[in-house]
Design a protein. Structure first.
Length: 192
Protein backbone atom coordinates (compact mmCIF):
# COMPACT_ATOMS: atom_id res chain seq x y z
CA UNK A 1 0.00 0.00 0.00
CA UNK A 2 1.98 2.91 1.31
CA UNK A 3 5.68 3.00 1.46
CA UNK A 4 6.89 4.27 4.79
CA UNK A 5 10.56 4.37 3.96
CA UNK A 6 10.54 7.43 1.66
CA UNK A 7 9.99 10.85 3.17
CA UNK A 8 8.89 14.10 1.53
CA UNK A 9 11.02 17.13 2.02
CA UNK A 10 9.96 20.73 1.73
CA UNK A 11 12.32 22.86 -0.21
CA UNK A 12 13.28 26.38 0.67
CA UNK A 13 11.33 27.71 -2.33
CA UNK A 14 8.11 26.13 -1.11
CA UNK A 15 8.68 27.58 2.35
CA UNK A 16 9.19 31.08 0.92
CA UNK A 17 5.99 30.80 -1.13
CA UNK A 18 4.08 29.65 1.94
CA UNK A 19 5.38 32.53 4.07
CA UNK A 20 4.58 35.01 1.28
CA UNK A 21 1.01 33.69 1.06
CA UNK A 22 0.58 34.05 4.83
CA UNK A 23 1.92 37.62 4.73
CA UNK A 24 -0.33 38.60 1.82
CA UNK A 25 -3.33 37.10 3.58
CA UNK A 26 -2.49 38.99 6.80
CA UNK A 27 -2.12 42.30 4.94
CA UNK A 28 -5.37 41.74 3.05
CA UNK A 29 -7.17 40.91 6.30
CA UNK A 30 -5.81 44.08 7.90
CA UNK A 31 -6.99 46.20 4.97
CA UNK A 32 -10.44 44.58 5.06
CA UNK A 33 -10.79 45.11 8.82
CA UNK A 34 -9.66 48.75 8.54
CA UNK A 35 -12.06 49.41 5.63
CA UNK A 36 -14.94 47.74 7.46
CA UNK A 37 -14.26 49.90 10.54
CA UNK A 38 -14.24 53.10 8.46
CA UNK A 39 -17.44 52.13 6.65
CA UNK A 40 -19.17 51.30 9.94
CA UNK A 41 -18.18 54.66 11.47
CA UNK A 42 -19.35 56.52 8.36
CA UNK A 43 -22.64 54.59 8.27
CA UNK A 44 -23.26 55.31 11.95
CA UNK A 45 -22.59 59.04 11.47
CA UNK A 46 -24.84 59.15 8.40
CA UNK A 47 -27.59 57.36 10.31
CA UNK A 48 -27.38 59.79 13.23
CA UNK A 49 -27.45 62.82 10.91
CA UNK A 50 -30.39 61.42 8.95
CA UNK A 51 -32.31 60.66 12.13
CA UNK A 52 -31.65 64.19 13.41
CA UNK A 53 -32.77 65.68 10.10
CA UNK A 54 -36.03 63.78 10.20
CA UNK A 55 -36.86 63.91 13.90
CA UNK A 56 -35.33 67.15 15.20
CA UNK A 57 -38.17 69.49 14.29
CA UNK A 58 -40.54 71.87 16.03
CA UNK A 59 -44.32 71.94 15.87
CA UNK A 60 -45.82 75.17 14.68
CA UNK A 61 -48.95 75.84 16.73
CA UNK A 62 -51.22 78.87 16.60
CA UNK A 63 -50.09 81.67 14.32
CA UNK A 64 -51.45 85.08 15.26
CA UNK A 65 -51.18 88.07 12.95
CA UNK A 66 -51.29 91.56 14.45
CA UNK A 67 -52.25 94.69 12.51
CA UNK A 68 -50.93 98.05 13.69
CA UNK A 69 -52.85 101.30 13.90
CA UNK A 70 -51.67 102.97 10.69
CA UNK A 71 -52.67 100.64 7.86
CA UNK A 72 -54.79 97.58 7.23
CA UNK A 73 -51.95 95.08 6.95
CA UNK A 74 -50.55 92.49 9.32
CA UNK A 75 -47.23 93.87 10.52
CA UNK A 76 -46.17 91.21 13.00
CA UNK A 77 -46.75 87.49 13.39
CA UNK A 78 -46.55 85.45 16.61
CA UNK A 79 -45.93 81.73 16.19
CA UNK A 80 -46.17 79.27 19.09
CA UNK A 81 -43.54 76.50 18.92
CA UNK A 82 -43.04 73.22 20.74
CA UNK A 83 -40.75 70.24 20.25
CA UNK A 84 -42.10 67.52 17.98
CA UNK A 85 -42.37 64.00 19.37
CA UNK A 86 -39.00 62.27 19.54
CA UNK A 87 -37.05 65.45 18.89
CA UNK A 88 -33.79 66.26 20.63
CA UNK A 89 -33.46 69.72 22.24
CA UNK A 90 -33.49 72.58 19.71
CA UNK A 91 -32.09 76.07 20.17
CA UNK A 92 -34.63 78.38 18.50
CA UNK A 93 -32.07 81.16 18.10
CA UNK A 94 -30.03 78.90 15.80
CA UNK A 95 -32.96 78.04 13.55
CA UNK A 96 -33.78 79.75 10.28
CA UNK A 97 -37.28 80.88 9.44
CA UNK A 98 -38.68 81.45 5.94
CA UNK A 99 -41.77 83.47 5.15
CA UNK A 100 -42.96 83.42 1.54
CA UNK A 101 -45.86 85.03 -0.26
CA UNK A 102 -47.96 83.71 -3.17
CA UNK A 103 -46.06 85.97 -5.56
CA UNK A 104 -42.85 84.12 -4.81
CA UNK A 105 -41.32 86.76 -2.58
CA UNK A 106 -39.59 85.14 0.36
CA UNK A 107 -37.22 86.01 3.11
CA UNK A 108 -35.08 83.79 5.31
CA UNK A 109 -34.76 85.07 8.85
CA UNK A 110 -31.82 83.77 10.81
CA UNK A 111 -32.26 83.42 14.54
CA UNK A 112 -28.64 84.36 15.14
CA UNK A 113 -28.86 87.76 13.37
CA UNK A 114 -32.27 88.78 14.60
CA UNK A 115 -31.85 91.69 16.96
CA UNK A 116 -34.55 93.84 15.38
CA UNK A 117 -37.11 91.59 13.72
CA UNK A 118 -37.24 88.36 15.72
CA UNK A 119 -38.02 88.05 19.43
CA UNK A 120 -38.54 85.05 21.69
CA UNK A 121 -41.05 85.01 24.53
CA UNK A 122 -40.91 82.07 26.96
CA UNK A 123 -44.44 80.96 27.80
CA UNK A 124 -44.35 77.59 29.51
CA UNK A 125 -41.74 75.46 31.33
CA UNK A 126 -38.83 77.66 30.31
CA UNK A 127 -36.50 79.70 32.47
CA UNK A 128 -35.99 83.38 31.74
CA UNK A 129 -33.59 83.84 28.86
CA UNK A 130 -33.72 80.18 27.79
CA UNK A 131 -34.02 79.76 24.02
CA UNK A 132 -33.73 75.97 23.96
CA UNK A 133 -36.80 73.74 23.78
CA UNK A 134 -35.86 70.63 25.74
CA UNK A 135 -39.14 68.96 26.71
CA UNK A 136 -42.56 68.42 25.14
CA UNK A 137 -44.21 70.85 27.55
CA UNK A 138 -41.86 73.74 26.67
CA UNK A 139 -43.67 76.48 24.75
CA UNK A 140 -42.08 79.46 23.07
CA UNK A 141 -43.74 82.31 21.19
CA UNK A 142 -41.56 83.54 18.33
CA UNK A 143 -42.54 87.02 17.13
CA UNK A 144 -41.65 88.27 13.65
CA UNK A 145 -41.68 92.02 13.02
CA UNK A 146 -42.35 91.98 9.29
CA UNK A 147 -41.66 95.69 8.76
CA UNK A 148 -38.10 95.34 10.07
CA UNK A 149 -37.45 91.95 8.47
CA UNK A 150 -35.54 92.15 5.19
CA UNK A 151 -37.34 91.16 2.00
CA UNK A 152 -40.98 90.54 2.92
CA UNK A 153 -42.90 93.47 4.46
CA UNK A 154 -46.43 93.47 5.87
CA UNK A 155 -48.98 90.79 4.96
CA UNK A 156 -51.89 91.91 2.77
CA UNK A 157 -55.55 90.95 3.01
CA UNK A 158 -56.85 87.64 1.63
CA UNK A 159 -53.55 86.05 0.62
CA UNK A 160 -51.77 82.83 1.47
CA UNK A 161 -48.34 82.75 3.02
CA UNK A 162 -45.99 79.95 3.99
CA UNK A 163 -43.94 79.77 7.15
CA UNK A 164 -41.08 77.29 7.32
CA UNK A 165 -39.02 76.68 10.46
CA UNK A 166 -35.75 74.83 9.83
CA UNK A 167 -33.82 73.31 12.71
CA UNK A 168 -30.00 73.42 12.75
CA UNK A 169 -29.89 69.70 11.88
CA UNK A 170 -31.96 70.38 8.76
CA UNK A 171 -35.43 69.19 9.75
CA UNK A 172 -38.18 71.48 8.46
CA UNK A 173 -41.70 72.25 9.58
CA UNK A 174 -44.00 73.85 7.04
CA UNK A 175 -47.30 75.61 7.57
CA UNK A 176 -49.39 77.53 5.06
CA UNK A 177 -51.64 80.27 6.42
CA UNK A 178 -54.20 82.66 4.96
CA UNK A 179 -54.75 86.23 6.00
CA UNK A 180 -58.33 87.41 6.63
CA UNK A 181 -60.39 89.08 3.90
CA UNK A 182 -60.72 92.25 5.95
CA UNK A 183 -58.01 93.51 8.26
CA UNK A 184 -58.85 96.26 10.73
CA UNK A 185 -56.38 98.54 12.44
CA UNK A 186 -55.22 97.53 15.94
CA UNK A 187 -56.59 94.00 15.60
CA UNK A 188 -55.17 90.51 15.87
CA UNK A 189 -56.17 87.44 13.89
CA UNK A 190 -55.54 83.72 14.09
CA UNK A 191 -54.05 82.84 10.71
CA UNK A 192 -55.15 79.44 9.49
Amino acid sequence: MFETESRGQVGIGTLIVFIAMVLVAAIAAGVLINTAGLLQAQAQQTGEETTAEVSDIVQLGEIVGIANSTDENIDSVNVSMRLASGSDPINLSQMSYTISSPTGEATVLSGENSSSYLTFDQKQSLEDGALVLEDQEDLMIVSFDLNDAPGIGALDEDEQYSIIAQAPAGGQTYKQVSTPRNIDNDSSYILS
